[in-house]
Design a protein around this ligand. Structure first.
Ligand SMILES: C[S@@+](CC[C@H](N)C(=O)[O-])C[C@H]1O[C@@H](n2cnc3c(N)ncnc32)[C@H](O)[C@@H]1O
Length: 302
């Protein structure tokens, strides 16, 4: 943890401890502090929450995130918390706001919650809780959005982040809220193979992707000739990258874009100025998702 993060973490702990007498029966891993309403709305905007979304708030407090998602954004979902008083308060608010059907609250440890139906996960938890949750979040369906308040996911860098001025906020970094937005990436680490019909014949393209969270680098071989791929990002189940790859006696710009479904990527490749060709890559050997930064000096170790 950087010095600034450690300092913000310590001030949050101090402020949370000071507030802990006001609302909490002491069962959870972090005391109750509500996310300011303006931040709740920005978190939901950043995740582009809408009527087709199913949201889960991990440690739901008075229920404001799920209730706002239901009332203002038309979503449905649930919150989990261990605090019986807060759960009662959340259910009462959901009823009062007319969204009790779509915003539900469950007494459960957030680390044990079934997240598999979520399209959006929200949280306002301590950094070590985010870190503990990270493998479970990364295992969710590619494209699932995760929004956290004030604390990020460590080495998993956010796809987007925002700082808001919140004058009434007294905890963490007083007067400021940090929002971190992530999209669960498809896992493409490993070896893939494609047959592309170009120049009147089938050409074998082999890819070896090295992936750190949503960032990917690696190598390619075209007809056996090696080439390095530039770093690119996977956004949910969408892959898109450009590379100068062997083509006949020289090199040609290839623009690949496709959708990942388990062990197949399907989309198009545009070679030079030609019209797009169908592109299908088949997984040959799955690799491990790396939990550290990718090398950027071209020395990706295989
Ligand atoms: C900082 S508050 C955030 C409340 C709400 N999500 C918000 O942003 O307004 C954290 C909440 O997590 C709950 N909590 C802490 N540890 C938990 C656990 N292991 N399982 C479920 N809830 C937990 C607390 O009771 C508290 O309501």
């Amino acid at each position: 943890m950087s010095f600034i993060k450690r300092w913000r973490f310590c001030t949050l702990l101090l402020s949370l401890t000071a507030l802990s007498a006001t609302a909490q029966d002491g069962k959870g891993d972090v005391v109750y502090v509500p996310t300011p309403q303006v931040v709740v709305e920005e978190m939901l905007e950043m995740a582009k929450v809408g009527p087709s979304d199913f949201i889960i708030d991990l440690g739901s407090g008075d229920g404001r995130i799920v209730i706002t998602a239901a009332k203002k954004f038309g979503a449905r979902g649930f919150g989990v918390d261990l605090d019986a008083y807060l759960l009662k308060k959340a259910r009462e608010s959901a009823r009062r706001e007319g969204v009790a059907e779509r915003a539900q609250f469950v007494e459960q440890n957030l680390f044990e919650a079934d997240l598999s139906h979520a399209t959006v996960i929200t949280s306002y938890l301590l950094p070590e809780m985010n870190e503990k949750l990270r493998p479970k979040l990364l295992a969710l369906k590619p494209g699932t959005r995760v929004v956290t308040h004030d604390y990020d996911m460590g080495e998993w860098h956010p796809d987007e982040q925002k700082t808001l001025d919140v004058p009434e906020k007294q905890v963490g970094d007083p007067g400021k809220s940090y929002i971190f937005f992530y999209i669960v990436p498809a896992k493409i680490a490993g070896k893939w193979e494609s047959l592309i019909y170009t120049g009147g014949r089938g050409v074998i393209y082999e890819f070896e992707f090295d992936q750190s969270f949503q960032k990917v680098g690696g190598d390619a071989r075209v007809d056996g000739k090696p080439a390095r791929l530039p770093l690119f990002q996977v956004r949910g189940d969408q892959v898109s990258f450009e590379a100068e790859l062997p083509q006949g006696a020289g090199l040609a710009k290839h623009r690949f874009q496709g959708r990942v479904r388990d062990d197949v990527i399907e989309g198009t490749v545009t070679i030079g100025g030609q019209k797009p060709l169908p592109w299908k890559a088949q997984l040959k050997a799955r690799g491990e998702l790396r939990m550290s930064a990718l090398e950027t000096d071209g020395s990706v170790p295989w």
